[in-house]
Design a protein around this ligand. Sequence first.
Ligand SMILES: Nc1ncnc2c1ncn2[C@@H]1O[C@H](COP(=O)(O)OP(=O)(O)OP(=O)(O)O)[C@@H](O)[C@H]1O
Ligand SMILES: [Mg+2]
Length: 335
Amino acid sequence: MSQEVKRVMVPWVEKYRPKNIDEVVYQEEAVNVLKQCLKGDDFPNLLFYGPPGTGKTSTILALAREMFQDQFSSRVLELNASDERGIAVIREKVKRFAQQTVSRSENGNKYPPFKIIVLDEADSMTQSAQACLRRIMEKETKSTRFCIICNYISRIIDPIVSRCSKFRFKPLQQDLVMEKLATICNSENISLENDVVLTELIKVSGGDLRKAITFLQTAYRLKGDEILTINDVREVTGYIPENWIDMFVEACQKQSYENVEDVLNSMVAEGFSGAQLLNQLHDWVLGENCLLTDEQISELIEALALADYRLLEGADEFLQTFNVASVFIQLLGKK
Ligand SMILES: Nc1ncnc2c1ncn2[C@@H]1O[C@H](COP(=O)(O)OP(=O)(O)OP(=O)(O)O)[C@@H](O)[C@H]1O
Ligand SMILES: [Mg+2]
């Protein structure tokens, strides 16, 4: 019973996180250089960047665990976007931790003579907090190394970038993602209807292994020990069934704003998300059912990109999707 409870409670993303740096796949350049760094004392500040779910957080955690072993918790300070990270926090927490002195040995064991501060998701830090961080990095070089992690390196201020060794994490290849998911299915005794289930999972996760693992666990929670089907995957990922996309496109083709409004209202009532609709429309536009000219496609994609950006900024889903529909209607009218 307790075994059973545990199996469901632990997030698989944590459970299947690489335990050591050798388990990190596909990021050989970064891993090899970091292994070299492990051998010497001249450990640099690090900057990891690249798409979500490619192993950045896992790599630094594994590296730090290898370096500090039982002293991990006292030598590593981890801050991520869920922590407040304005100037005040940088000043207080980071500075206080950076200033604690560390010795080379503890209880007779030898450790590197520094601590590590991991700033995960650093691209969401304000510019002024980054400027503050830069000064701390300068002052505390003797006792502290920083590992800055982000998706977009362009959002990190230059003086920080230039103080770090940079490592780009590449998007994981599909077969590696597939392999990892298959291993998890195996260990958790999940039976799949067929291989297409995993392919679909990878498709909807867009190469983000973390997302794929989380979806898999959600689907498993939904179905328990029953066989997992492609529809289960679609259900947990919020995938909008094709016939809804067809209805939306038909309404636009009919040049009917009323029809579009009806379809969108029904979609909202069903609980489908506007962002997901934009994603699937994007696939539709690039798929073989789309009869638009190249010029029309580029205009529609621009409208989709703009709506996507506005949604991220908090705009209204209905209005944004309706706006995309009206661009679509106009383009079809011009034919
Ligand atoms: N290169 C990899 N090798 C092995 N496992 C990986 C790799 N990349 C991702 N994973 C798996 O995906 C999960 C998420 O990885 P991780 O948290 O390291 O991603 P991340 O790059 O930090 O993503 P984000 O930018 O969203 O924070 C981990 O549990 C791990 O199992
Ligand atoms: Mg991360």
